[in-house]
Design a protein around this ligand. Structure first.
Ligand SMILES: Cc1ncc(COP(=O)(O)O)c(C=O)c1O
Length: 444
């Protein structure tokens, strides 16, 4: 019996499976089951090829089943399937901490491995609070995030994050959080190409006011993404991150930058902060670190913070935190191979040489039915669509239409997102954009 036979013939086959971040009832009525993946394509249970224009979930940056990554994982599993992460290390993970730290700016020299972007976010927030305490500033516990921010689904991440649906069902969340507004005004910024050039100062003034209100002595960290990815691909203006660094530093507040989407090529560089010369105190990564072949994330930490833990704590464990699967050997082997591919196969250069074409292509959708705004950075684009009265009603239909026509993009609320695999050719970029155009024309 094939998978498709099971889907068609047994109404309850899918039933025990509860899908994450998915309208499950609708899914059961119209399931989408992927059976295999190779290169830039998925193959569905009904035997169709789907161009992956969302890199899995912003994560399969190098495409699927890259032979060098697959080979590295096979070799690793033959040598060692698992090693305890507490009190032990293994060669691949030590090697990887060098490879990762070397690519981040300034003295971001220490890497704490986890298994996801959510865990990386919560790890960074815990580090920030504990760091201040180590230095005798235990009153610094407040955390400031930003509207539209997405830092995963742990309680830290949803508290500091700024996505309403991810927060409103889950009680009072972490106490002592506050949120900056997002620097976006649809009236003046719609259809901006790349990073907007609006003045970031009003947003810095807002932060200063918030800091004055709470007093700097109560604030541990500010956490933001370089651009809001899951929040719909909204892009802060040129100079915003640089100014955020200055303001946080002035008040002794840590700056945590969530590069879970941005790092490892999405903006044509190993990471966004390095590309603009900003050194945050902690950077979080996941996804593209090992091309998503095995779950992995990390928090990358500056010397001063690491040293505060090493010197500030009494003998014994310096940071009471970690996971069974932190630095899993298979994830580490995949990451070492993926990092080599980024460097040796010219992936960053390829993104730089295709992102102009991508910008032209996505902005050619201006004027298509229901399109209210288009935004882009690197190989990421967000397209806001007028709904029919219910949030996400039309974008859901656009997503389904594109999928039926062989292209996977993502819909999130009234935004569509395109995030091509970084090795897409210009033709494949066009194919993805044309599928969106066809869907917009077809969907009433
Ligand atoms: C910026 C950002 N941070 C954190 C996360 C959470 O990562 P994960 O789903 O691996 O927990 C995501 C996931 O999309 C993300 O985009």
């Amino acid at each position: 019996m094939t998978v498709q036979d099971k889907i068609d013939g047994q109404n309850d086959w899918i039933d025990p499976y509860w899908l994450p971040f998915t309208p499950n009832k609708a899914f059961r009525a119209d399931p989408r089951v992927i059976e295999s993946a190779d290169g830039h394509y998925y193959t569905t249970s009904d035997g169709r090829q789907i161009l992956d224009a969302f890199s899995g979930l912003w994560c399969s940056n190098l495409g699927h089943k890259h032979p060098k990554i697959v080979e590295a994982m096979k070799q690793q599993v033959d040598v060692m399937d698992y090693a305890p992460s507490f009190n032990f290390a293994h060669p691949s993970i030590i090697e990887l901490s060098h490879v990762v730290a070397d690519q981040f700016p300034g003295d971001l020299n220490h890497v704490f491995f986890v298994n996801s972007g959510s865990e990386a976010g919560d790890t960074a927030l815990k580090l920030a609070i504990a760091y201040h305490r180590m230095r005798g500033e235990g009153t610094r516990t407040r955390l400031i995030g930003r509207v539209r921010g997405y830092h995963g689904v742990g309680f830290g991440g949803i508290s500091v994050g700024g996505m309403v649906n991810n927060r409103k069902f889950f009680g009072s969340l972490l106490p002592g959080t506050d949120h900056l507004s997002f620097p976006y005004d649809p009236h003046t910024q719609a259809f901006t190409r790349g990073m907007p050039t609006i003045d970031p100062e009003p947003y810095m003034q807002e932060l200063e006011t918030m800091i004055t209100l709470h007093d700097p002595s109560t604030i541990a960290a500010v956490m933001v993404e370089p651009f809001a990815g899951s929040g719909g691909v909204y892009i802060p203006p040129v100079g915003y991150m640089e100014r955020l660094r200055e303001v946080t530093q002035k008040h002794g507040i840590l700056l945590i930058v969530d590069e879970v989407i941005a790092a490892f090529g999405r903006v044509g560089h190993p990471n966004f902060c390095g590309s603009i010369g900003v050194v945050p105190d902690i950077v979080t990564v996941a996804k593209g670190i090992n091309n998503a072949t095995v779950p992995m994330g990390a928090a990358i930490i500056r010397d001063e913070i690491f040293d505060a833990f090493m010197h500030g704590s009494k003998a014994g464990v310096e940071f009471f935190h970690g996971y069974t699967y932190s630095g899993h050997p298979l994830a580490a082997a995949a990451a070492l191979a993926a990092q080599e591919v980024y460097q040796t196969e010219g992936v960053y250069e390829h993104v730089q040489s295709t992102m102009g074409h991508f910008e032209e292509a996505v902005h050619s959708l201006k004027g298509e039915p229901h399109v209210k705004d288009i935004r882009n950075i690197g190989l990421a684009a967000g397209i806001t669509i007028e709904n029919r009265g219910m949030p996400a009603d039309r974008t859901t239909d656009v997503f389904k239409h594109a999928y039926k026509n062989g292209v996977y993009i993502r819909n999130n609320g009234d935004d569509l997102a395109i995030a091509p695999i970084l090795t897409f050719s210009k033709d494949e970029i066009d194919q993805a954009v044309e599928a969106v155009r066809a869907a917009l024309k077809a969907v009433a």
